[in-house]
Design a protein around this ligand. Structure first.
Ligand SMILES: [Zn+2]
Length: 201
């Protein structure tokens, strides 16, 4: 499943009322740096964020192929829709991280572009507008992947881990899996480099 494409497809549905520009697609940068543990998403003046994009720090989620937990920020951690995830497959965690960051890119792209978007707080990084977009994405892309179907088990609010876990080297096969999961198209990027910037044309 191509998570990034699925996010954009969902966000573009008319009834979601998110006024994305017609040709918009997020820039996607993937970092395999073992020392980096924060992914980011948004819209900025330069680099991957120009026009709206995400930069995913994937080493911590992909290395070793083990199950992972995913801790959301405390004010949403207990939400049944956009809260933290119990220990689950790393692919599901990567999907959640991707949805979280794409929601940031979308919030800043649509901010102020319609009457509805001017009424909701799309300015605050984890505010109401972001939460609404994130919920749309989580509901369809991530939450159905969890083992519990009717409700998500929510752990008590947990802080975002500040320290990167011990890293092991990431196999080429794991990188390819992560790419196809995220992007859904053929991988011909320079996987041996630590950072690959992928621009969707
Ligand atoms: Zn965030």
């Amino acid at each position: 499943m191509a998570t990034v494409k699925a996010c954009v497809r969902i966000a573009r549905r008319k009834d979601n009322e998110l006024p994305l520009p017609a040709a918009w697609f997020p820039n996607v940068k993937i970092s395999w740096s073992a020392g980096r543990n924060r992914s980011r998403g948004g819209k900025g003046a330069s680099s991957v964020y120009a026009g709206g994009g995400i930069s995913l720090a994937l080493a911590q989620h992909v290395a070793g192929g083990q199950d992972r937990t995913f801790n959301e920020y405390s004010h949403v951690a207990d939400s049944p829709i956009i809260g933290s995830l119990p220990k689950t497959r790393w692919q599901t965690v990567v999907a959640a991280v991707t949805c979280h960051e794409i929601a940031h890119a979308i919030q800043f792209v649509v901010r102020g572009r319609s009457a509805r978007c001017r009424k909701v707080d799309f300015k605050t990084a984890h505010g109401r507008g972001w939460q609404q977009v994130y919920a749309l994405l989580r509901r369809e892309i991530v939450n159905p992947l969890l083992a519990v179907s009717s409700s998500i088990h929510m752990p008590a609010s947990a802080p975002i881990p500040a320290v990167a876990p011990t890293m092991v080297s990431i196999s080429r096969a794991d990188k390819i899996k992560a790419f196809s999961k995220l992007l859904g198209f053929a991988v011909d990027v320079r996987l041996e480099h630590s950072v690959n910037r992928l621009i969707h044309k």
